[in-house]
Every structure is written in C-alpha cells, then in structure tokens.
Design a protein around this ligand. Structure first.
Ligand code: CA
Length: 233
C-alpha cells in the first residue's frame, strides 16, 4: 500500500449510522464521503475515485440494489452492502449483483472496519501491483502463499492436496463472502454442479483438520447452516 489515504464512499440515509461508520473508518486512517441519497451516491460512485463503497439498501432515490448493479457494471471496486433485513441477503445473492460482502444492521463498527480492510487488501492483490509475494495471505497465524502453493499454521507447514489448496485459497481470498457448496464445486472443480457437491464437504473437513485448533469450533472456515461456507476475518 502506498501512503495515500484510501477513499470510502458511504451511501446511507440514516445519518447516525453513516456518522458512526465514518468515525470508525476515519480513526483507521480512511478518507470518508457520506451521501444520504441513492441517485447522488450512484453519481459519485461513477464519477469520483473511491476505493470501496459501503451501501445501504433502502435509500431515497435509487435503492441500493440498483446502485450496486450500476456501479458493478463499470467498476470492480469492493462493495459492502449494509441492510436492515436479514431476508435481503438472500435477495442480494439471488440477484447476483456482484456485492463483495453484506452485513445486517445492527453490526459492530469495528467488524465493519475489519471487513473494509480485508476487502481492500484483496482488491489490491487482485489488481496486482505485480510485486513478488504481494498476494500472500496472513490471518491470525494462518499463512497462505499462492505462488509457492504453501500453507503454514503458526510456524508449522501443512501439506495440502491441489484441490484442498485451491479451495482454501479461494475462500481466504474472498473473506466473509458466503458460498454455497455448488458454487464452490463449480469454482474449484470447474464443472457444472451436477457433480457430487459432497466432495466439497469432504475437502472442507480435511482443510479444517489441518488449519483449525478445534475442527468442531472452526475459527477460519465457518459453516453457514443451510447455505454454505465462509472464510471469517
Ligand atoms: Ca436506509
């Protein structure tokens, strides 16, 4: 990362929430712009330079669904959707809007900051500054080196099969994003999900045995019951 401050756009019509988010992000060294309206938010997102957008769904003007879709059609920057309703998460996933993450209100501001940092780091790895080792992932003692395809837990190196590694790296490079088993199967096994998605379950189990202190209480790969898995940051 260079020294320029990362710029975050908050599109949120509840002023108190917007200000809370802004205060925490500014404390973490980000530059924050708030807008309370979907139309203005979209215009800013498209015409100004931001590194990440935090987007509410129910807004005056265009709603968050529409803003997300239109921004995503031209920009790849991370978008974190913040919603008051749990049901919206299914809707977001169903619509395939291309949001990177979603949080349900109320949430902790420090968790929001952690996710903002994780998504910015991932995005910066993706757009690649081309530097060697830039894509190394390190989270709470777990270290993944994708160029060497090696994994360490603490100081101990663990051996992974090709697919175990691909699955772990895919999840870890999309922190907090929930994937269904069939999405993971498609992504890692490159086939239509008509195949046996139980393969995913088996691989997750093997990965957990290698990286988790206690497989029954996973700290990294979390099971979202009835949906799939996510890599927690
Ligand atoms: Ca709202």
């Amino acid at each position: 990362m260079d020294d320029d401050k990362r710029k975050i756009l908050i599109v949120e019509d509840e002023q108190s929430i917007a200000e809370l988010e802004r205060d925490y992000l500014e404390l973490s060294g980000f530059t924050v712009t708030i807008t309370n309206d979907g139309d203005i938010g979209l215009e800013k997102a498209l015409n100004e330079e931001f590194d990440l957008i935090i987007l509410d769904l129910m807004l005056p003007g265009k709603d968050g669904f529409e803003v997300c879709k239109e921004v995503r059609s031209v920009k790849d920057i991370p978008i974190i959707i913040v919603s008051a309703k749990k049901d919206d998460i299914d809707k977001i996933r169903g619509l395939g809007l291309g949001a990177d993450d979603y949080m349900t209100k109320p949430f902790s501001a420090s968790e929001l900051v952690a996710r903002v940092k994780a998504h910015l780091a991932r995005y910066e790895r993706l757009i690649g500054n081309g530097k060697e080792g830039n894509d190394l992932i390190e989270i709470r003692g777990l270290k993944i080196d994708p160029s060497a395809r090696r994994v360490w837990v603490g100081n101990e190196e663990k051996t992974f099969t090709t697919k175990e590694f691909d699955l772990l790296y895919f999840l870890a490079s999309h922190p907090n994003h929930v994937y269904t088993k069939s999405e993971l199967f498609k992504e890692i096994w490159k086939m239509d999900s008509v195949g046996d998605i139980a393969t995913v379950t088996v691989h997750i189990k093997k990965i957990r045995e290698k990286i988790e202190m206690d497989s029954a209480k996973p700290q990294y790969i979390e099971t979202i019951w009835g949906v799939g898995y996510r890599f927690k940051v």
